[in-house]
Ligand binder design. Sequence first.
Ligand code: ZN
Length: 497
Amino acid sequence: MMEKIYASYLDHLQGIHALNTALGLLGWDQETYMPPRGLHPRAAARAHLTGLVHDRVVVDHFGGLLEELGGLELPEDMAASVRETRRDRDRAVKVPRDLVTELAQTTTLAQQTWARARNTDDWPAFAPILAKVVELKRREAEAVGYQGEPYDALLDEYEPGASAADIEPVFAELRTGLVELMGVIHAAGPRHDDAVLEREWPIDGQDRLSRQVLKAMGFDFDAGRLDTSTHPFTSGTSPVDVRLTTMFDPLDLAKSLYSSIHEGGHGLYEQGLPETLAGTPLGQACSLGIHESQSRLWENQVGRSRPFMDYLAGQLKAIFPDRVSGLGPDVLYRAFNVVRPSLIRIEADEVTYNLHVLMRFELERALFRGDIEVSDLPALWNERMTADLGVTPENDREGVPQDIHWSFGALGYFPTYTLGNIYSATLFDAAGRDLPDLDAKIAAGDLAPLLDWMRTHVHAHGRRWTSSELCRRATGTGLDCTHFLDYLRTKFGALYA
Ligand code: ZN
């Protein structure tokens, strides 16, 4: 009897998963290959499909199934799956269908408006549709409900169980540590060690390098792809179909290399989720914070580490034999780790990066408390950049419209970047304790042991626990910025001593 109800539950989830797979591919295509004039029919198709997903989630029959399963004594895995699906459904039933489809339609159009406004330095062209997105998200937050403040309803979608009040003290502690470290680095004087990388890097070689490094990381190209887009991203519709994008700049090797490694970290997580549970909560990522812990771990703890430079120097020599004179591992290490306050978040170094995120977190919270409006953003943004980082945007592209997120309605998303950085350091330390020769392995390009560790301790568990619980079980520590601050102090203290 129980098996029969559970089978109907799984069957219903597979229908939702099929629709989400179609939506995921439409979204991926929109950012990679869709011709510009395909936008309006695409927005309509996405809105329609999103409405169908909503219908299938909120339908009474499904609610009844979940109710029944909730009353049964289920094995642990099944109980966790049902608990998480109920969580998703409880949220979905509170949001009116017309709001769901209006958001899908508006955000698809807003993405294109954003891309144009950013490329032409035209904030006023983007502001009205952003104000509409914020208005719709405010309605969503009110519909979903919250305990502390409206922002919590949005954050919860990306970081289940987290609240602004919970993460605020952790972020405050992190800010104090970062400002202190920036002072030390500033006192050491400016460094221009990355000037050695200024040379032409042919795109086909950069593409080969990205693919080579991704293979070394363990990314399975029979279950994934690498393409290009303006804003690199990862789209996973199942562990056997994971799509990464990167971006190329013939004069900047770091851009493609670190975008590919970062997205590769996301991709490894998607490929490592249990394949047989695809479409169910235990086959989905734990949270975006944990997702970002995987991308930042490969990008920074591995990809910007001294051991990795031994491996990278060899790869560069093989791919660009006539362009790497003077680029030994030590030179590369300093070149890829210059700390320099900058205007663009995605180009920021490891020390200043989180100050960009903390600012966005505070601005978003203020927007949803109703303390500020979209029209206030540019002035507040510039004020904060000057105060926190000592740099001031000179055009719109360097200011508010630099990120794609708000255009597609991802408000409440930015904090997951900093949570990811914090978790990445905690996880990497724990992996290092279990794998004593990890540095030597990384230097040799043998990254399989680290991936195995992540598979066992992170990927295999899907959404079974909250992010802090997953981290605690994997490492003995929950959400705590100590490991991350220690990592930064040790690394950059030595580099800037
Ligand atoms: Zn990421």
